[in-house]
Design a protein around this ligand. Structure first.
Ligand code: G16
Length: 545
């Protein structure tokens, strides 16, 4: 096997977004596109030379081919040992788990998360550092800068290896270890949760559950853990076979895209508990009978009840963190527990330093992400198991648990409006116009609401003092309501404007209203303040969650 040095030229636009480099498959398939980015990783991450790398992806179209390309480049660049999931598969939280368990020097995750897959859809690549988490901005920026000057990459002249057979083989001087993608992760889950109580819940016969893997990576994980290890009836996991195009669906666990599972919870015969996860297994949606738990509420409930879960009882809870647009529900819990609550920019990478410095135990985001210090990624199945463990201990319905939580802490009504595929210039202009008027807004009244503060969120990492500016426009009203505007960093076409709306209700008598009704005044203010229709031509959002 010979090492080949191939000349190349830089591609525009290889700067990673909120979570890695995400582009259309056609873009990734251009000769040298993936190779340039991967070589830029090796050129900037010196520890990988002679070190251990983990590689795995969510099984979407191009996962296999990309894995082979990465292995060849890794071998040519002197990586000593690669741990790769069988068939090139590993969920995002499993990559994090494996990096940490085997003390690898980094990992490469192949996924475009919840974005659709297939020859005409999306692909993505993300580098995780030795702590198991998404690379922080200084690392992604160094990789990006390298892509702008790259003029060659190294690869190995060899045929594809058999990725389907578990075992160890040699690729030039590099050892390739093909592992079962589920085992290490399942062991970690077993160490955190009371599997016996959950098993008893399933065996009681009076509890019904479905988990929608959306034909994505969590199928094998959910089948093994829920059905084989916890004794959930066969058929509990639906859409459990990973497909390269996710069965033509959009593997995004929200009320719109996961409607199949939502409908199973509805009506008087609705199931007791339902959940779904996304393309790469890091997101989750939790539902009870006729009841949707917002991701922000889910985080708050998890933190309020952590002491009931065996894996978290040993150590006192440190602190918590949420991304800025996530509702302030968890802030109320943190207040009561007397722990710190950090507000970070959108992106799981911002939680990494806080977790490593043991400043926080739990963290979460409105974008269907929840996690803890067990790994450095958000973790879909972990959240589902946490809820299952809670249901087994509390012996209450999902709705009762959340409604009692509201009575104690108040309810943060919450909704998000997404305007997808908007003209990029129009979206940038809308944000700029908003920024221009921020200074004049505090104290003004708009449709009976008085603006208390208005700013463009900026974050200084408390551990390394890195400053991240322009992270979203926040408009806060007297009484606790908020409107947040930001542009998504994960889309691959045009721009996606996200508008996040939140309204706080302390009075238990007023906590049972429909979210849409409560939000009507704020939605109208949000439209007026940003001139959404005038600037984008849109009268309605594409997706409401
Ligand atoms: C990624 C990030 C999350 C972020 C989400 C949405 O999730 O890891 O931290 O909240 O994107 O980001 P945006 O609003 O910029 O589109 P995932 O599941 O797509 O990897």
């Amino acid at each position: 096997m010979q090492i080949l040095k191939t000349n190349t030229t830089p591609f525009d636009g290889q700067r990673p977004g909120t979570s890695g480099l995400r582009k259309k498959v056609k873009t990734f398939k251009q000769p040298h596109y993936l190779e340039n980015f991967v070589q830029a990783i090796f050129d900037t991450q010196g520890d990988l030379v002679g070190g251990t790398l983990v590689v795995g992806g969510d099984g979407r179209y191009y996962n296999r081919e990309a894995t082979q390309i990465i292995l060849r480049i890794a071998a040519a660049n002197g990586v000593a040992h690669v741990i790769v999931g069988q068939s090139g598969l590993l969920s995002t939280p499993a990559v994090s788990c494996v990096i940490r368990k085997y003390k690898a020097h980094g990992g490469i995750v192949l996924s475009a998360s919840h974005n659709p897959g297939g020859p005409d859809e999306d692909f993505g690549i993300k580098f995780n550092t030795a702590n198991g988490g998404p690379a922080p901005e200084n690392v992604t920026e160094a990789i990006y800068q390298r892509t702008t000057t790259i003029n060659d990459f190294q690869t190995l002249e060899t045929t594809d290896i058999d990725l389907d057979k578990i075992g160890t083989l040699q690729l030039h001087e590099m050892q390739v270890e093909i592992i079962d993608p589920v085992t290490d992760y399942a062991e970690l889950m077993q160490s955190l949760f009371d599997f016996e109580s959950i098993r008893n819940l399933f065996e009681s016969g009076s509890f019904s559950m479905r988990f929608d893997a959306m034909h994505a990576i969590t199928g094998p994980y959910a089948c093994r853990i829920l059905e084989e290890m916890l004794g959930a009836p066969s058929g509990t996991v639906i859409n459990g076979t990973p497909l390269t195009d996710f069965g033509g669906g959009h593997p995004d666990p929200n009320l719109v895209h996961a409607h199949e599972i939502v409908s199973m919870t509805q009506g008087s015969n609705g199931i007791d508990f339902a959940a779904a996860s996304d393309g790469d297994g890091d997101r989750n949606m939790v539902l009870g009978q006729n009841f949707f738990v917002t991701p922000s509420d889910s985080l708050a409930v998890i933190v309020a009840n952590y002491h009931l879960i065996s894996g978290y009882q040993k150590d006192k809870i440190k602190g918590v963190a949420r991304s800025m647009p996530t509702s302030q529900a968890v802030d109320h819990v943190a207040d009561k527990l007397g722990i710190e609550c950090f507000e970070t920019p959108t992106g799981w990478k911002f939680f990494g330093n806080l977790l490593d410095a043991e400043k926080i135990t739990f963290c979460g985001e409105e974008s269907f992400g929840t996690g803890s210090n067990h790994v450095r990624e958000k973790d879909g199945l972990w959240a589902v198991l946490f809820w299952l463990n809670l249901l087994a201990v509390k012996k209450q319905s999902v709705a009762t648990i959340v409604q009692e939580h509201w009575r104690e802490f108040g309810r943060n009504y919450y909704t998000r409006y997404d305007y997808e595929g908007v003209n990029k210039e129009a979206a940038t202009d809308l944000m700029q116009q908003l920024r221009n008027k921020l200074a004049s807004l505090p104290g003004t009244q708009i449709q009976n609401h008085t603006i208390e503060y208005a700013d463009d969120f900026s974050y200084t990492d408390p551990i390394d003092n890195t400053v991240s500016k322009n992270q979203g426009v926040r408009i806060g009203f007297i009484g606790g309501s908020r409107i947040i505007y930001r542009l998504s960093g994960t889309g691959t076409e045009g721009a996606t404007l996200r508008v996040y709306l939140e309204s706080y209700e302390i009075d238990p008598e007023k906590q049972q209203q429909a979210t849409a009704g409560v939000m009507t005044p704020l939605i109208s203010i949000a439209q007026e303040l940003a001139q959404i229709t005038q600037k984008t031509g849109r009268t309605q959002p594409t997706v409401i969650t």
